[in-house]
Design a protein around this ligand. Structure first.
Ligand SMILES: Cc1ncc(COP(=O)(O)O)c(C=O)c1O
Length: 486
């Protein structure tokens, strides 16, 4: 489906190109100019290397849900600007231009809005929350949560480099995991990372060889797929919740890593029951060479009052191949970029070495502030966040039910996303393109899918203000009823 990174690329198909185009089209066209500009930009960055054959006009037009003429004009513009060339019988190719092999990279479409800095009126792609007021207050006035001696301990008595994290924060995370989640943890078993995304990336770097298999749920968090693809992992997907299939995949593929989101699975919002978690812990014990990562980034964003079953590490605290990923991004604020891994000390030491090579550690002073927040205001922040989330979920859920009653989705138990099936829509990538032209960005299923085959579904994040979510559902209904744009 997607063209291999850095490989010898001869041609790219329409669907793979659409994944890379990201938010190329906005309601204020002209579409052919926007399309040509976006393709030229991808050529500039090396993502579309010189000589690459672009999809035939008809194929790309279908994938984008635009007219063939739009694509023909865009290709013509690329030729006029010297960015592409066409030869009889061999289609349109990216023209010669300077790139280096190392520049060839592909970002998952999930991140394209962030990377391009583009904005749409209704952004339902990023499950990113507003900063909790308690967090904003502490960042503005650290003295409100830290004593003078605590502040000076970090500021004046240390060099400020902590690849494994500031000791106070490692200790606060360890205490929280022990008391709230039933995972007995020492500070030495915790590394502080730049969000859960880096936690995941470090684990992949340290636990997986290029070409080795990694097993994930399918669908899963697109950021995980991006990190795994970049590391050259061979991906094997199993349906969320199917522990038997997972066990078969582990036996058959001998993966280096199994990556799971058992609590409030992103994107489907389910919770793996306790009995299935016990089976997972047994599976981990039977396969000591495989690292099992339990991603709890969404775990503290519930949408019901039901208590969550214990994390894997709580069932098997001394199992050497279980790693727990966590984050404050979904509860406190993503801008803190505070995540962690809890694992045996040997794994933590390896991850700290990899983190040192990447950035020598995250910002020290902020970590001290965050440590104080965890110790003093955690419950209060979670309560505030639960109300914030419920309000937004209710707004999107009721707008979908009234404006798009044919869409099929199971109310999530938690998390920040709805995973909706669109009956009669064969390819939600093309639908997402139409939605973009109605001012709404959604994640088409294939971007969350290992095999690129969840094309029937879209992921809708409900983190925008309630009125924006209501308007977005209306725009999606119009997009669903609309025809191809010209
Ligand atoms: C399951 C999961 N893991 C990791 C992340 C990345 O989180 P962070 O912002 O802490 O890097 C996300 C963000 O959406 C997520 O949903």
């Amino acid at each position: 489906m997607t063209v291999p990174i850095g490989g010898q690329v001869a041609r790219i198909d329409g669907a793979a190109l659409v994944d890379m185009l990201g938010r190329w089209s906005t309601p204020d066209g002209p579409l052919y100019r926007l399309l040509s500009a976006r393709i030229a930009r991808l050529a500039d960055t090396g993502e579309l290397p010189a000589g690459l054959r672009l999809p035939p006009e008809r194929e790309l037009a279908a994938a984008l849900n635009v007219s063939r003429n739009t694509v023909a004009l865009a290709y013509q513009l690329l030729r006029d600007d010297g960015m592409a060339e066409s030869r009889q019988g061999s289609g349109t190719r990216i023209g010669p231009h300077r790139t280096t092999p190392a520049a060839v990279h592909r970002a998952n479409g999930l991140f394209s809005g962030l990377l391009a800095g583009s904005a749409v009126a209704g952004d339902l792609t990023m499950a990113a929350v507003a900063c909790a007021p308690q967090v904003a207050a502490a960042l503005e006035a650290p003295a409100s949560v830290l004593t003078e001696s605590e502040r000076s301990r970090v500021l004046t008595s240390t060099p400020g480099y902590f690849p494994a994290g500031v000791p106070e924060l490692r200790a606060a995370i360890a205490a929280m995991l022990t008391s709230r989640h039933g995972i007995p943890t020492t500070a030495e078993q915790v590394i502080v990372t730049t969000g859960a995304q880096q936690a995941l990336d470090l684990l992949i770097r340290c636990e997986l060889l290029p070409g080795q298999a990694a097993v994930t749920e399918d669908p899963t968090f697109p950021g995980a797929l991006d990190a795994l693809h970049r590391a050259g992992a061979r991906l094997v997907g199993v349906p969320p919740g199917d522990v038997e299939r997972l066990a078969d995949a582990v036996r058959a593929h001998a993966p280096g890593l199994v990556y799971l989101i058992p609590t409030h699975q992103n994107p489907v919002g389910t919770v793996l029951p306790t009995a299935a978690r016990h089976k997972l812990a047994e599976l981990a014990a039977r396969h000591p060479d495989v690292t099992f990562a339990d991603d709890m980034a969404m775990a503290e964003v519930p949408l019901t009052d039901a208590p969550s079953p214990p994390p894997l590490a709580a069932l098997s605290p001394h199992q050497p191949n279980i790693a727990t990923i966590g984050s404050l991004s979904k509860t406190y604020w993503g801008g803190l970029r505070t995540g962690w891994v809890r694992a045996p000390e040997g794994i933590i030491a390896r991850l700290a070495a990899a983190k040192a090579a990447a950035d020598l550690g995250a910002t020290a002073y902020q970590q001290a502030v965050v440590a104080a927040l965890i110790s003093q205001r955690h419950d209060e922040i979670l309560k505030w966040r639960a109300e914030w989330t419920q309000l937004r979920y209710t707004a999107l859920a009721s707008a979908l039910r009234s404006r798009l009653p044919g869409w099929i989705w199971t109310p999530p138990a938690g998390g920040l996303t709805i995973w909706a099936r669109l009956p009669g829509v064969r390819d939600t990538s093309a639908f997402a393109q139409t939605a973009l032209r109605h001012g709404v960005a959604v994640i088409p299923g294939r971007l969350a899918s290992v095999a690129g085959n969840a094309n029937c579904c879209v992921r809708l994040a409900f983190t925008a203000p309630p009125d924006v979510l209501t308007a977005a559902a209306g725009a999606l209904a119009e997009a669903a009823g609309g025809t191809a744009a010209r």
